[in-house]
Design a protein around this ligand. Structure first.
Ligand code: TRP
Ligand code: SF4
Length: 344
């Protein structure tokens, strides 16, 4: 028999993404596909970090609502299931902001300044002035997002592990200062590292929105085939008669991730013997991508924008209940509010 939706016996996980626009295959393979699998074994909280979009894009907020809608549709299309998983929007759970404020009191500035992404991004995103308080506080807001659900695990990619490490340090510091009836309130969550295969974009570099080399989860078949046609290949294969090496070719990397063993064998054999042409080989890669994208796009088509709004609303209500539960413990441990809060 199926487990009840509100089974609290499973370990809890929480993760989220910033709403930066429609998601691509790299997002899918690097995070979403893994989240979908986690739904079977964990009590899952997945959210859209719309406040986090403001930490660097505060000057132009015009895209946030549309991007949130798009990302949520991509979550659902990928197979995140609102019946089993809490899908919510950060800005609809004000408790994140309250915890962020309280944790801000105990977080040494130096901890934030030495988060590696802080200096890197400030130097890299030269078009924006990032010498603001919100940008410095990004990792602490993330720590609040996490700790407020008291999860055991945070499924993220390698680029986020420093943030989870800071989260653990902040939790430890909180637990040293404050206890509730002698017990710790904020457990230290662990990274659940997402196993993610190397996924190249059409230019051979890592697939990333900022490189403009992505294949979107929403790209129709014709668009996928078109993008594949211009994808870079093994530079040693200049002419059709030159042999190539799939291990030195981004298209070969796509085959390794998405193609069947039989197709992969044909690719290795045909490429190394110059028995196949790159156009044919790319056609097979496109076939494999389309196979992955088809069910995603079919699922996407089943949700209206009203459905998406309702699901976010409902998920945020559920998240708020859970977040408030933690906040009651946090306030009590900090001896902030004798008695209960009203009007929440
Ligand atoms: N920083 C994450 C990213 O850029 C997004 C994020 C915000 C997040 N809060 C989080 C991820 C909490 C996991 C847990 O991808
Ligand atoms: Fe790449 Fe395929 Fe061309 Fe070989 S045949 S170089 S694997 S595209």
């Amino acid at each position: 028999m199926a487990e009840p939706v509100t089974s609290f016996s499973r370990p809890r996980v929480l993760s989220g993404m910033r709403p930066t626009g429609k998601l691509h295959l790299g997002n899918y393979m690097g995070a979403l596909a893994n989240w979908v699998r986690l739904q079977d074994q964990y009590e899952c909280y997945f959210f859209i970090a719309d406040w986090h979009a403001l930490t660097s894009d505060y000057a132009d907020t015009s895209q946030i609502v549309q991007n949130t809608q798009d990302v949520m549709l991509d979550y659902l299309a990928a197979g995140l299931d609102p019946a089993r998983t809490v899908l919510f929007l950060q800005s609809k759970v004000l408790q994140h902001a309250e915890l962020n404020l309280l944790l801000g009191m105990i977080t040494p500035l130096g901890w934030l300044e030495r988060v590696p992404t802080y200096k890197e991004q400030q130097e890299n995103l030269t078009g924006k002035d990032l010498s603001n308080y919100g940008f410095l506080g990004y990792p602490l807001l993330m720590a609040s997002d996490i700790l407020i659900y008291q999860p055991q695990f945070v499924p993220v990619g390698n680029d986020q592990t420093a943030h989870v490490e800071l989260t653990r340090e902040v939790a430890r510091r909180f637990n040293q200062f404050y206890k509730l009836n002698g017990e710790e309130v904020l457990p230290e969550p662990k990274v659940l590292l997402t196993p993610s295969p190397k996924l190249p974009g059409t230019d051979g570099r890592k697939m990333s929105k900022s490189y403009g080399n992505t294949i979107l989860l929403t790209d129709p078949e014709a668009e996928v085939r078109k993008k594949l046609k211009t994808m870079v290949t093994d530079p040693a294969r200049v002419r059709r008669t030159d042999p190539g090496d799939p291990d030195k070719c981004p298209v070969g990397d796509l085959h390794k991730v998405f193609s069947t063993p039989e197709t992969l064998a044909k690719v290795y054999e045909g490429c190394r013997s110059a028995g196949i042409g790159c156009i044919e080989c790319k056609g097979w890669a496109a076939d494999a991508l389309v196979q992955v994208l088809n069910p995603i796009q079919e699922r996407r088509a089943q949700y209206s924008s009203k459905d998406v709004k309702d699901i976010l609303e409902d998920g945020s209500d559920r998240a708020r209940v859970r977040a408030e539960q933690t906040m009651e413990q946090v306030r009590a441990a900090m001896q902030l509010t004798p008695g209960s809060q009203t009007g929440r």
